[in-house]
Design a protein around this ligand. Structure first.
Ligand code: BGC
Length: 749
């Protein structure tokens, strides 16, 4: 099946190629623009939402009429090849110049075949798998009318209170950059991608969505910019400006960000789109009225206005008043026409509308098989006192509000997904044991307490409405199931809508009612597996101490249930590793492995010392560090060997370790390489991820894993924002997670 999948992918990449060379494109667009009125040019820069509205309030009405008048350059979140073709025909056949529209959508972790939420996907540390997931999503979308996705989301974040950590790749700029490239490569070919949210959106204060960001430039360049830049270097076609401010100016109107950095420093050639109502929101930010924020956005480097309608309503008068130039409008319009030209829309506006192909390709078995495999690679085994893997025998008790729901499995940003098709965990287990074991089920508790449900029922959404039995009735039923079972699986955690956009939390533990259920189950003394659903790191101190096994499955996409069964029964050995630190409590946030040492670091082995950088009430360590994850086997690392101890500027060092599978089953290990730049002209993190390899080892097998430490990997941005490798000691760590002490060092002269 794999080969068929790759074949379809190759075919699809071949289908979408640029039409002609640059001079032909320029001549075509020059000619077209010479016929366009100012209104038509501004119309190209307008992106209203269409059809299914997923965020905010659509401001546009009478879309068809406006398309006819040339007031629309693209639409987003309209689903279905036939519908899209119908709308495209209005643009092509009924508008004066027949310019085709772009059709965009938030295809963030799958189209109908859903892959794990991006945070989970990143925990696979498997860049080929991530690229393949993006390619499959693009392939499905591209035959169903969509030519542009608002993905990848690459916002580095070190604050799990922020619900949107579920949409990104976690806390690390190096890993985030590799994921960004992989996703751009995966999407582009079939469709255009859009890296978002530029910039720094993941650093919103207190983890509250849309909140203020304030950051030094040295931190921007070293820690937060790299994944956006990696996407630009990989040729991303578009960039979305973020909602937040950067250096006191909203990103949407920030010329330094959108022009100086993005275009002048990084050489970005594509087009910039705002986020949803980004221009209008600048009024609430307090930087001007509707006309002046529309002007600011254009001047800053925005080419396309998502939903605000500021460009269509304000730019023409602004032009008359001399507030913007015709040249600014022409430049933005041209960038959008270029994207359309490169997609081949001028030669075939309907090339993405293939309803018949869509009916065969979308959510086909081949793609679902891939999604199942990738989902199982994203799960992270946080604890295992020998309960896992389970045997297909006896009676298995399945309990918890996440055990029998379909629509929560795909996870947040399932815009195109069919929420009624994924199997529930219960169905997956019953199928997997196929009569060899009995599965008993009880809901056990609501997702959250009655009070929360009444207050915010819409937030928790998806099928998890209140069960009207009392907490006691639900618990009693679960305990009866537990008593009759040999082992208990507790499917608990967050619903899919408890993370994602506008889903910040200040208490990131498993909700109270579910914790009570878990405590009662643990008190039965039966072996128990916590099957954890979550869109962010959670605080799990009690669980980590008292529950014998914890498998974090995030939201694994449409094939979650089968993938969960694969891992629970040991058909797949878990190999995921955390890409975001799990704190012990919310007060430790922000907590991340690549921290600075400070002038008063805590001494090794201590957890409190007066006048040192620490807390009175909790130690400085996380519950689970970045890079952490267990396996059903064990791996042993040999010492780090380096081929040089002293090098000159411009030279490279090779680091090697031998890794051996010391357990009884085959498994995959993510070998991680961190560098500490021990002395610099500015303070540097205690270590930074600079390489990783995911290897497969049979029992008893060993492999030599090597890393090339190039001058680039030794470099960072100094206080003048120059990218430099500074002389001094470099310590190289290679191990199983970010706390490894396995190291060796060299000196750069
Ligand atoms: C989100 C973006 C998304 C856009 C369009 C916004 O609310 O921040 O990530 O692409 O809506 O749906």
């Amino acid at each position: 099946m794999q080969s068929r999948v790759f074949f379809t992918i190759a075919l699809c990449a071949a289908l979408v190629s640029c039409s002609g060379d640059k001079s032909e494109m320029d001549a075509y667009i020059d000619d077209l623009m010479s016929k366009m009125t100012v209104e038509e040019k501004i119309g190209q820069m307008n992106l209203p939402v269409a059809g299914d509205i997923v965020t905010g309030q659509a401001k546009s009405s009478n879309i068809s009429e406006r398309i006819r008048k040339g007031e629309v350059g693209g639409l987003f979140n309209l689903k279905g090849a036939t519908k899209i073709e119908e709308v495209q025909r209005i643009a092509v056949e009924q508008s004066r110049l027949g310019i085709p529209l772009l059709f965009g959508m938030d295809i963030v972790h799958g189209y109908e075949t859903m892959f794990p939420i991006p945070l989970g996907l990143s925990c696979s540390w498997d860049m080929e798998a991530i690229e393949l997931s993006a390619r499959i999503a693009a392939q499905e979308a591209s035959v169903d009318g969509i030519c542009w996705t608002f993905s990848p989301m690459v916002d580095v974040s070190r604050d799990p209170r922020w619900g949107r950590v579920s949409e990104g790749s976690g806390e690390d700029p190096y890993l985030g950059s590799r994921v960004a490239e992989a996703m751009v490569r995966g999407y582009q070919g079939p469709i255009l991608s859009c890296v978002k949210h530029f910039a720094l959106y993941g650093a919103s204060e207190a983890g509250r969505d849309y909140n203020t960001v304030d950051m030094s430039r040295i931190r921007m360049y070293n820690d937060y910019f790299p994944p956006y830049k990696a996407a630009v270097d990989a040729g991303v076609a578009s960039v979305m400006a973020s909602f937040n401010e950067v250096d006191g100016i909203p990103a949407t109107g920030n010329k330094w960000l959108l022009t100086d950095v993005l275009r002048e420093q990084w050489g970005f050639q594509g087009f910039v789109v705002t986020d949803y109502t980004g221009i209008e929101e600048m009024i609430a930010h307090g930087v001007g009225d509707f006309e002046s924020v529309s002007v600011q956005a254009l001047e800053a480097g925005v080419d396309m206005d998502m939903v605000s309608e500021g460009f269509v309503q304000k730019l023409k008068t602004a032009l008359k008043k001399g507030l913007v130039s015709m040249n600014d409008i022409d430049t933005a319009c041209r960038r959008i026409l270029e994207a359309k030209y490169k997609l081949g829309l001028f030669s075939d506006p309907y090339k993405f509308c293939k309803p018949e192909e869509a009916s065969q390709v979308v959510y086909c078995q081949g793609y679902r098989d891939v999604a199942r495999r990738i989902a199982s690679e994203s799960f992270v085994l946080l604890k295992n006192d020998g309960v896992l893997p389970l045997k297909k025998q006896g009676t298995i008790g399945l309990v918890g509000p996440l055990a029998d729901t379909r629509s929560n499995m795909p996870g947040t940003w399932s815009v195109a997904a069919r929420l009624d098709v994924p199997k529930t965990i219960r169905e997956g287990l019953v199928e997997a044991v196929a009569g060899k074991a009995m599965v008993l089920y009880a809901k056990g508790s609501n997702l959250v307490s009655d009070y929360d449900l009444e207050m915010r029922s819409t937030m928790f959404g998806r099928e998890l409405g209140r069960d009207h039995r009392t907490d006691k009735q639900l618990l009693d039923e679960a305990l009866a199931v537990a008593r009759s079972s040999d082992v208990i699986i507790a499917a608990l955690g967050e619903s899919s809508e408890m993370s994602g956009e506008s889903s910040s939390r200040t208490d990131i533990s498993i909700p109270d009612v579910q914790q009570e259920l878990l405590k009662a189950l643990v008190a039965t003394g039966k072996p128990i597996v916590l099957l954890l659903f979550n869109g962010r790191p959670l605080t799990l101190n009690w669980e980590a101490e008292n529950v014998p096994a914890i498998l974090d499955v995030w939201f694994g996409g449409s094939e979650t249930a089968d993938a969960v069964a694969d891992v629970l029964f040991g058909e797949v050995n878990p190999s995921g590793k955390l890409t975001m630190t799990f704190p012990k409590n919310v007060g430790q946030i922000p907590i991340y492995y690549a921290a600075k040492n400070t002038g008063r670091p805590l001494q090794e082995g201590r957890w409190f010392e007066k006048f040192r950088s620490n807390y009175l009430d909790v130690d400085n360590q996380p519950l689970y560090p970045f890079g952490y994850g267990l396996s059903y086997t064990t791996f042993e690392y040999g010492p780090v060997t380096l081929n040089a101890k002293e090098i000159e500027a411009g030279e490279t060092v090779m680091a090697e370790v031998v890794v051996r599978n010391t357990g009884k089953v085959a498994g995959k290990e993510v070998v991680q390489m961190y560098i500490q730049d021990a002395v610099g002209s500015t303070t540097r993190p205690v270590r930074e991820l600079k390489g990783f390899q995911k290897i497969y080892l049979e029992p008893g097998e060993s492999k030599i894993v090597s890393f090339e430490i190039t001058p680039e990997l030794m470099s960072h941005y100094n206080s003048e924002l120059k990218f430099v490798a500074e002389p001094g000691e470099f310590i190289i760590f290679v191990g199983t997670d970010s706390e490894t002490r396995n190291s060796s060092s060299f000196n750069l002269r």
